[in-house]
Design a binder for this molecule. Structure first.
Ligand SMILES: [Fe+2]
Ligand SMILES: [Fe+2]
Length: 326
């Protein structure tokens, strides 16, 4: 009999079937097409990235869209937007707490954002070429997922979640360490340096705030990440990328399953209004992802060597995910 501590979460058949069906369309390589090629060096472009802060203005006031650059901590931030998140207080009262999206310029070639922790500070990879930049950013995001899962495990424990969810979150943090190593090796191979991960200190938050992050970074982000990694594992011409990504894709699918399992467990504890807000947050995150994918055609070298889906293929994949997200 399997040790209780080793037991994995139950599989999510709808998630697995949807991802498997969408991956049928991936352009699997024939062995004949894998001859060594001179990759050259395609310089990377830049595009807009984002990080969120919840700080107040220096005078204690609430930022607005005109003055919010004052709370953005990175000098590369060039525009900002103020949003709010519903927060439940210990006395049961609810308020809308403001937070600011800070937009920066970052290298292109982002496949999937994985699970970004709250307070992740923007960083810039040192890379001359598109492939190096892509894998350095990937390694940075994989490394950033480690504190995100450790925090999730702590918060699940504090909210009295079942032990199997807490264990799965801790196990996921360990898997993200492995992903970081694999992506770092790919980045190094292309002469790129992975930036350090910096995360602002976490502060306690409500179950609902946790679930909003889980909806965006997990149910949407990691589900999409699992799908894109599975695509890369089939389509990349670079054998080392295929090997690394096939392990990562398997793990990411379990991370996506964990996200949906967390949501299924926790939504029973929410009021119907809070459940509706959560659905809306998940949809908003999905539409945000759709907008980003629609705006970016990956470099040809990333499509060929790293196996990234082209913009059209990526949009098709997102359409296929709607059955899960809506
Ligand atoms: Fe990962
Ligand atoms: Fe992950």
């Amino acid at each position: 009999m399997a040790n209780d501590r080793d037991r994995l979460l139950p599989r999510n058949p709808l998630l697995r079937q949807t991802v498997a069906r969408l991956l049928f369309a991936a352009p699997v390589l024939s062995v004949m097409g894998c001859a060594e090629e001179d990759l050259g060096c395609i310089p990377y472009d830049e595009h807009e990235g984002r990080y969120d802060v919840s700080s107040r203005l220096p005078d204690g006031g609430v930022p607005n869209d005109l003055n919010c650059l004052q709370v953005c901590t990175k000098q590369t931030a060039h525009r900002c937007k103020v949003n709010s998140v519903p927060t439940t207080h210990p006395d049961g009262g609810q308020t809308l707490e403001p937070y600011t999206n800070c937009f920066t310029i970052v290298p292109a070639g982002c496949a999937s954002d994985g699970r970004r922790p709250e307070g992740l500070q923007a960083a810039r990879a040192e890379a001359r070429c598109a492939l190096g930049s892509h894998f350095a950013r990937m390694a940075w995001l994989e490394a950033a997922s480690v504190p995100a899962f450790l925090r999730l495990a702590e918060e699940l424990k504090a909210h009295g979640a079942p032990a199997e969810l807490i264990r799965a979150a801790r196990r996921s943090a360990g898997e993200e360490v492995r992903h970081t190593r694999a992506a770092r090796a790919l980045a190094r191979r292309h002469g790129a340096t992975v930036p350090e991960v910096e995360v602002a200190p976490f502060s306690p938050r409500s179950l609902e705030a946790l679930l909003h992050e889980n909806a965006k970074e997990g149910c949407v982000g990691e589900t999409h990440g699992a799908l894109v990694a599975g695509w890369q594992a089939r389509a990349a011409r670079d054998a080392q990328v295929r090997e690394a990504l096939s392990q990562i894709a398997e793990d990411e699918l379990r991370h996506a399953e964990l996200s949906w399992a967390v949501e299924a467990w926790a939504t029973e504890r929410l009021s119907s209004d809070a459940r509706q807000r959560l659905r809306e947050a998940r949809l908003a995150a999905f539409h945000d992802l759709e907008r980003r994918v629609a705006q970016e055609e990956p470099d040809a070298v990333l499509v060929q060597q790293a196996g990234l889906p082209s913009r059209d293929a990526a949009m098709h994949l997102l359409q296929g995910l709607q059955v899960l997200i809506a």
